[in-house]
Design a protein. Structure first.
Ligand code: ADP
Ligand code: MG
Length: 211
């Protein structure tokens, strides 16, 4: 079970990973965007961490919706609202729950990805966060359907997302700011795919503490 406590640990771990990788994410964005992805995410999750104590005793849906609303209201550009959408959608499908099974966590992540795709209209292969989330969630689904544990399933998600993140390097960007570069976007790893990998990786790290 992924409990409310685990959700809070995940958010804290992701916040720490963003802070640690702030310059890296911004450097990736300086190659194919406007050099603000690390700064944007750091600002957004800084605001999330300030807000979390007000909802930490609520159900998982309320916590995740608060994260989503905070990101949407504090981060501009494309990345912030898209991450906001992920958390809003995850919150919608986890309303009133205080712990999640592997299936429920998978359903939440799936809803988050669907939200990103509805809002941003990106499909796999366009060099965006969708390219890390899609193979990550697919790998998780394969494990959950086999009956693997939450932890094994989440580790598969992180490994799938890592491979997806790396696979953005040779891609031509056709969505978002990087698409303005055309062919010059080729050869660079997408910043949003990188932060999305960190999102699934930190969930897998939290899982390791619960088995
Ligand atoms: P901005 O592009 O407005 O500066 P960020 O730098 O914070 O915003 O985020 C850039 C990331 O957002 C990209 O690396 C990409 O992964 C993601 N992104 C941009 N547009 C889309 C889209 N339409 N769908 C999915 N992800 C997108
Ligand atoms: Mg940017």
């Amino acid at each position: 079970m992924f409990t409310r406590e685990n959700v809070l640990q995940w958010l804290a771990a992701f916040r720490a990973a963003i802070a640690e990788n702030r310059s890296y994410l911004t450097d990736l964005d300086s190659a194919i965007g406007d050099a603000d992805h690390g700064v944007n995410m750091d600002r957004g999750f800084g605001a999330v961490v300030d807000k979390l104590p007000t909802v930490a005793d609520k159900d998982i849906g309320s916590i995740l919706k608060t994260v989503g609303m905070t990101l949407i209201s504090t981060v501009g550009g494309a990345g912030g609202p898209l991450y906001g959408t992920i958390f809003m959608r995850m919150g919608a499908v986890t309303a009133d729950k205080t712990e999640l099974t592997a299936q429920e966590l998978l359903a939440a992540l799936t809803a988050g990805l669907e939200g990103v795709q509805q809002r941003g209209k990106a499909v796999p292969g366009e060099k965006t966060m969708v390219d890390a989330l899609t193979p990550g969630i697919a790998a998780m689904r394969a494990e959950v359907e086999k009956g693997s544990s939450l932890c094994v399933s989440m580790q598969a998600a992180a490994a799938g997302a890592e491979a997806g993140m790396k696979a953005t390097i040779p891609m031509l960007a056709t969505k978002g700011r990087a698409s303005y570069l055309g062919e010059r976007s080729i050869g660079h790893q997408d910043p949003g795919a990188t932060s999305s990998y960190l999102l699934l990786k930190t969930a897998a790290d939290v899982c390791q503490t619960i088995g």
